[in-house]
Design a protein around this ligand. Sequence first.
Ligand code: ATP
Ligand code: MG
Length: 571
Amino acid sequence: MLIPTLREVPAEADTISHQLLLRSGMVRKVAAGIYTLLPLGNRVVKKIENIVREEMDRAGGVELQLPIVQPAELWRQSGRWDVYGPEMYRLQDRHGRDFCLGPTHEEIITSLFSQEVNSYRQLPLLLYQIHNKYRDERRPRFGLLRGREFIMKDLYSFDKDEESLEISYRKMYDAYNRIFSRCSLDFRAVEADSGAIGGDVSHEFMVIADTGEDAINFCSECDYAANMEKTPCHIHEKELVEEEGPLELVATPEARTVQDVASDLQVNTEQVLKSLFYNVDGKLVVVLVRGDRLVNETKVINYLGANRLDTADSEEMLNNFGIPMGFAGPVGLREKTAVTILGDLEVKCLFNAVAGANKTGYHYINVNPQRDYQVDHYGDFRVAEEGDPCPCCGAPLQVQRGIEVGHIFKLGTKYSEAMGATILDEHGKEIPVIMGCYGIGVTRTMAAAVEQSNDENGIIWPAAISPFDVLIMAVNQRDELQAEFALNLYQKLKRAGIDVLYDDRQERPGVKFKDADLIGYPVRIVIGKKAISEGLVELKWRATGELIFKEKDKIIAYLQENLTAMKSSKR
Ligand code: ATP
Ligand code: MG
């Protein structure tokens, strides 16, 4: 075996799962976002893959394997070669032909479909693979949670009409619920944005964890749950209650943040008009929101039908247009440069506000819409927050953080139309096939499980995905009787089909105990003096710390019963 555990917390590890997967000898980093799965980590991945495979098959999925290296030609057909951006690893072969390492496989599978399937009679068809994906992430981090090479299960559904797609989508939705339940994860399915991949309906499966990169809104009263980037914000338009004051330039030499400005000028942050500049598909866009709000970039992208949005570079803003970022605002902005001005709905009724004067060290007070600045479009551009009204029932929304482990989409005909994947329907008419796509991050799920289930001593694996169910060790490996007893029991358990590992290293028991806890096997069996003298074997459950003694002959039945129960119980 190769299980190189570490006592020290590796400096580069930024989350619990990253630390523990390194320390427990499951993974090793090769480059940023690129990992070797060591034997134990590999076993976990295989167990997750098997659960995923069983549930995909049960839902009618058929497994195949698509290539990682994909010709650019297919991506040009779908129109994504130019819009995918720097996340895509691009390469050329010796003849100078363009290829990429697949970040996802819609193009390959749609092309396959268009060549091989032509009748509604062959549908529905659910094709999937479990394979590597490549994405040159802007910020690879948190170990397996955001890798640049990672394992994904991706399934693509092909249906003849919307009703049939609805059935396929439902099957996947249910299968995902079963998969994450079987992995004993605490998770939630939420409404999600469909992003650049296309389509309109989509759900994400979120593992609840404080370290998650996503925020989830869920309703305290009804079933509503959505990714925060998706949650719409409703506002009640306010009437102007006070008189419009005179626009006035005031010196605010040190105030570069909303907080600074508000305290300098003795107003609430709500009274400050915040201006955020973006480069959207090469064009400058400013989004105005209330000072205490955050811009929802996804909403901005969707509103503009854009492909890419980046925060504008503050040096460029100053050098090219004379706009100092800490002091930027909408008043007189158009005189400096051509810019699209988007205003969040709340800003429409923000009167006598404070806003940057586009002059270092100065702000305006009594800034009012219409009179002092014009907005191109008002819309819902802010992030929903805790306490905002639920879009379904109006009760206050709550917020949790989560790790996205799965994402399902209704794609419709975006790819089939672009790539000519058509079928003949019942009337002999040629129609584009209706698609869906469904992903699960296998390696991310592994890390998410650790993120959720650990203590100060290490990982506590859910039994269904633990690298081994049981670890056996002797207190004193040099004691022949103990070693023989342990080996015997190990062989018996193995023959009974129990997933067991025997730690036969000549190490001090303390070292082995520490490793067993760190790695997090659900059950630890220790062969000590009592085993030899009375035939009583010590068993310890990692999750509860419960320690019991069992007669040698009763161990197999006991383990089988309890491990099966653990694997089938939901968290
Ligand atoms: P994210 O918003 O986290 O970047 P995504 O929306 O790009 O995810 P999809 O394209 O929907 O992800 O991919 C399907 C699944 O693949 C995700 O739900 C996630 O579990 C997994 N996944 C995506 N990117 C990564 C990554 N960089 N490392 C590990 N797993 C990933
Ligand atoms: Mg992504």
